[in-house]
Design a protein around this ligand. Structure first.
Ligand SMILES: C[S@@+](CC[C@H](N)C(=O)[O-])C[C@H]1O[C@@H](n2cnc3c(N)ncnc32)[C@H](O)[C@@H]1O
Length: 325
C-alpha cells in the first residue's frame, strides 16, 4: 500500500519563515516524508531562489547550518533536490560573514519584510552600530502598536545604527518625516544603503551632512549628529525623538541628555522615547538621575510585546517616555 503524506500549508509556511527569521528547521518525520522533490522545489523558490534572497543573500554561515540540518532531516526519507546540495556547496567556501542581509518579517508576514544589511558582530570597525540590537525590535514593535502617536509628526532618531527602527517606522507609520542619525561614518553609510534597499523608488537629495530620500508623502533622512558636538544638532525641531539602546556608555549620558535639552529648548512639547535593554543597572540609574537633575520627567511604558515584531521579552527591558510636561 502506498501511503500519502502531506505537509499542510501552515507547516510549510513556518519552514519558509524559519529560514528568513534565522531559525533552524524543525521537521517531524511525517513532514520529511511529505517534503517531496516538488515540495522542496517550492521551498527553494520561496527562499534561496526568491528575487529578494538572490539580490540580498543572507548570512552564509546561517544558510550552511540551515541547509545541513534540512539535508539531515530529508536524506533518510527523500531524494534530496539537486539545488539543495548545489546551494550548500556554493556557500561552503564563503567564510566572509562580517556583513550579510537579514530579512525581518513584520507582522510575521512574508509579504512584509524589512531587509537590513548588517553584521552579527557586537563591535565592528570600533562601533556597536553595525548590527540591530534587541531594543530596536522592542521600540519598533511598540511604535507599530501605537501608530497614532506618529501621525504627521517629525521624528528624529538618535544613534540609529543600521536603521531597523527608523526604516520600519517610516514604512508603517504615517509620519511627516523621519530622520535617522548617528556619528560613525560606516554606520551612516550603512543606513543610507538600507534606506535604498527598503525604499528603492525614493529620490535622494544631499545637503552637507544631510541626505533626504523623497518617498511619496514622507521624507526619510540621514544626518550626521554627534551628541558630543552641539554644532551637528543643526536647526532641527522634531516633535518626537527616538533612541534604541543608546544608554550604555556612562561617558555619553550627560552629552545625550544635553541633546534632549537642546531639542526641548526648540520645542517644549517634544516627546522622547528611549528603549533599553538594561545590562548595567548603575549606568541606567545614572541616566535616570541626570534626567531628574535636568528637570526631565520619565514614565515607564508597558505593553504586550511581540505583536508586530519578534523580540526577547525575557530580557530586562525598559521603555521610557521622557518630557518636561
Ligand atoms: C548599541 S548601538 C544601537 C544602534 C541601534 N539604535 C539599535 O538599537 O540597533 C548605539 C548607537 O549609538 C551611536 N552613538 C554612540 N555614541 C554616539 C554619539 N556620541 N553621537 C551619536 N551617536 C552615537 C553608535 O554609533 C551606535 O550606532
Amino acid at each position: 500500500m502506498i501511503e500519502n503524506y502531506n505537509i499542510d500549508d501552515m507547516t510549510f509556511e513556518t519552514l519558509v519563515k524559519s529560514f528568513f527569521k534565522g531559525y533552524l528547521p524543525d521537521l517531524k518525520g511525517e513532514y520529511c516524508k511529505a517534503m517531496t522533490w516538488e515540495m522542496q522545489e517550492k521551498f527553494l523558490k520561496q527562499t534561496i531562489h526568491s528575487s529578494l534572497f538572490k539580490k540580498y543573500p543572507g548570512s552564509p554561515k546561517f544558510s550552511r547550518l540551515f541547509f545541513k540540518k534540512l539535508i539531515e532531516y530529508l536524506e533518510p526519507e527523500q531524494e534530496v533536490h539537486d539545488d539543495v546540495y548545489e546551494f550548500l556547496c556554493s556557500i561552503m567556501e564563503n567564510n566572509e560573514d562580517s556583513f550579510s542581509y537579514r530579512h525581518y518579517l513584520i507582522d510575521n508576514s512574508l509579504d512584509n519584510i524589512v531587509t537590513i544589511r548588517e553584521t552579527k558582530n557586537m563591535v565592528l570597525n570600533g562601533t556597536t552600530g553595525l548590527r540591530t540590537w534587541e531594543a530596536a525590535f522592542m521600540l519598533s514593535d511598540w511604535a507599530l502598536c501605537n501608530k497614532k502617536i506618529f501621525l504627521n509628526k517629525s521624528v528624529l532618531e538618535l544613534g540609529s545604527g543600521v536603521g531597523f527602527t527608523g526604516i520600519t517606522i517610516a514604512k508603517h507609520c504615517d509620519v511627516k518625516s523621519l530622520l535617522m542619525s548617528d556619528f560613525h561614518a560606516d554606520v551612516l553609510q550603512t543606513i543610507n544603503n538600507n534606506i535604498l534597499i527598503n525604499f528603492p523608488e525614493s529620490r535622494s537629495e544631499h545637503n552637507n551632512e544631510l541626505t533626504i530620500y523623497k518617498n511619496k508623502q514622507k521624507d526619510i533622512g540621514v544626518i550626521k549628529l554627534d551628541w558630543n558636538d552641539t554644532e551637528t544638532l543643526q536647526n532641527l525641531r522634531p516633535d518626537i525623538i527616538l533612541g534604541a539602546d543608546i544608554v550604555y556608555d556612562p561617558s555619553i549620558i550627560q552629552p545625550l541628555i544635553s541633546v534632549f535639552d537642546y531639542f526641548h529648548s526648540r520645542n517644549k512639547y517634544v516627546d522622547i522615547y528611549i528603549a533599553s535593554v538594561i545590562r548595567n543597572a548603575d549606568t541606567f540609574n545614572r541616566f535616570l538621575k541626570i534626567l531628574e537633575i535636568s528637570n526631565f520627567k520619565h514614565t515607564e511604558l508597558t505593553f504586550t510585546g511581540n505583536v508586530n515584531i519578534e523580540w526577547d521579552e525575557n530580557l530586562l527591558w525598559c521603555l521610557l517616555r521622557i518630557n518636561k510636561e
